[in-house]
Ligand binder design. Sequence first.
Ligand code: IMP
Length: 435
Amino acid sequence: MSNIIVLGAQWGDEGKGKVVDLLAERFDVVARYQGGHNAGHTVFIGDRKFVLKLIPSGVLRDGVMVVIGNGVVIDLAALIEEIDSLKALGIDVAGKLCISNRAHVIFPFHRLVEKMSEARENRIPIGTTQRGIGPCYEDKMGRRGIRIADLFDPEAFRALYDVLAEDKRILAETFQIHEPIDYALIRHQTEEYAARIRPYVCDTAKMLNDAIAQGKRILFEGAQATMLDIDHGTYPFVTSSSAAAGGASTGTGVPPTRIGGVIGVSKAYITRVGAGPFPSESDGAAGELLRREGKEFGAVTGRPRRCGWFDVPLLGYTAMVNGFDTLIITKLDVLDQLDEIPVCVRYRLRGSDICEMPATYRTLEEVEPVYEKLPGWRSTTRGIDRFEDLPERARAYLRFLEERTGVEVGAVSTGPERNETMIRKGSRLEQLLSE
Ligand code: IMP
């Protein structure tokens, strides 16, 4: 029985939430391994829209346990709000949700630190989600962070908290940030929040490994995406965690030897939120059309997403660092009305083709995308539920992506609903899901 990772192959917002929600019924547990409430998974069920930020989207399925792994950073107020709003929609997480006792806690002053660093003169502004994610991971790596388990040892928590708060106070003073922060109130609120989440907290690494030993199946859900990975993404325009497949092990405590497959999720085109290089960006009328047809506005921040064409070198790179077994291509329907569809097939740099992803954002900003244009199919793909029934030109488009990236297209989605994703018969994806 395979435990599988599902993650984004581009810069995020590929539709992973929907994919995980769809696949979750075949798994016993869905586990998040990194990121925080910067993620936004939009899932539609009938006419109901859910935006999940921290809790894995498997929570919408009966009989599925969901885990927030040790690699995630948790804003307790955001988590409690999400638990409460799910409850208001009739979804009770009691008995379904497990939160790692080793996950780190985001405090309101992490947002202050983020504001400070984003606004500093001569610093490259990343265009973050302003949720305090990066500064919380900084404290984690700096070995001064506070973890969920610390919250349940009142004396130790107070001591750790007071040191951390004093650090931030000195920082704010040094940089002349005069935002009033009531550190004592934050500490008190944190203690109240801790009491509320206590029933969900456990050693999730043990829970997951025990589940595997009992023959249960785990689906690992990545947040953000490969090109936002702290190591493999377009540094420094990245998030502060290991979003690529390797993060699934470190972020949950499940060893690589227990993970059997990696599914990449990619749009039929590409988008990016926030700043940073984007070789196949289309900022003209075509980009506007993709944004309009694809409703490309951030699920968390509402920011318009930058849009562009499918990028083969980028996909080849993310396939390499993640070892994709198969790809799920989402939002094919957004291309339905186009006469022709450009695909970036290679990069040119100072007159030569390059076959590696440049290490610096400066070089990636310099590359020129080389396009091939494929004919559009100019008919609706909404409502089609078998791969074979897609228009011939749509299938040719998908075949082209497969041939150029070297990864099979195992499924395609043509609309936001659960039942608008078709899994291709005989594909590696189908095999992985049934192993
Ligand atoms: P941070 O994760 O808030 O630190 O933001 C770092 C970068 O990651 C920014 O460019 C954000 O726009 C981007 N980012 C963070 N979360 C997401 C997401 O869920 N989807 C797409 N982009 C994201």
